[in-house]
Design a protein around this ligand. Sequence first.
Ligand code: ZN
Length: 245
Amino acid sequence: MYHAIKSLLMRYFPGTISRFEFPIRKILAIFYGGNKVFCNVCERNLSHFIYHDTGDYICPACGSLGRHRRLWFVLQDAAKPVNEAFILHFSPSKIIQKKLKALHPNYTTTDYDGKLKVDKAHDITNIDAAYHSFDLIICYHVLEHIIEDSKAISELYRILRVGGMLMVQTPFKEGEIYEDFTIQSSEGRKKYFGQEDHVRIYSIQGLRNRLEDHGFLVEELFFEEKKGNYMGLKLKESILLCRKS
Ligand SMILES: [Zn+2]
C-alpha cells in the first residue's frame, strides 16, 4: 500500500513529494506508532518498518534505510567527526544530510546527476577541489556506477587529508569483482549487476585491493545481526574504512 501510494504521488507530483517529504512522513509516522522497532536516525519508536522488496526496511518517519541507520550508528562511533571537520558526502540520503548539516558547518554534499538537492555536482573522476581538502569523505553506493573507478579512487585519495578517512560501501558479492563494459543496456545491467545504472558488482576483497592499490589503508567493518533486528538493519553488512597516512 505504502509503495503504491508513493509511486502514484511520485508520478503525478514529483516535485511536491520531494519538497514535502518530511511533513508527509510526520503524518505517516502516526500510523506506525508503537514500540517494537527503533529508528536511531529520527530517534522514534515504531510498530514496524516498511519492508521493500530489495530487502531493505524503510523508516516511515524519516525515510532512512537500514544502511543509513548503520551509517549513523558508525558516525557516532568509529568515524565520529569533530564539529570543525571538513566533510564531503556523495549522493547523501535526505535525512542523513539534514542531520549532518545541522551538526557540521563544513559539511558539503554532492551529486552528479542533479536529482538530489545538494551543494555541488562533482564529477567523482575529476573532483573540483584542492588536494587535502577533507577530513572525512562518505562515498556510499556510488563507485558501482562509475566505469573509471580507478580515476575516482585516485581523486578521493587526492582530496582527503593525511590522517583523514574515507567511508565506502557498495553492494557486494562473493568471489571476484564482476564487470563487463560491453553490457550497456539497462536490462543487461539490471540482470548482471543488479540495477539499471550499475556497471559492476564488487566483491569486498576486490574493492579493498583497488583502494589499497591507490594508497589507502583499508579496514573492513563487518556487522551481522543475530536476532531481533530491532533497528531494521541489513542482516550482513560491510563498510570499508579507508585511511590516508
Ligand atoms: Zn527514522
